[in-house]
Design a protein. Sequence first.
Length: 62
Amino acid sequence: MEEGLSCCFCNKIDDEGIILLNQYICRSCELEITHAGSNELRYEIIKKNLKSIWKGALFPSH
Ligand SMILES: [Zn+2]
């Protein structure tokens, strides 16, 4: 059994979210992303966060 993972956006521990590129995204952040299209500012924030996730996944730096 998984204990629950820490969300990469809000650091909330929860086990109902998704894992995207080895980064855990909690249920509420997942929903925010899903609905982000209607909120440009939120979208920008999320996009920035996702960008760093992609970057970290594609080009792991040390
Ligand atoms: Zn979250």
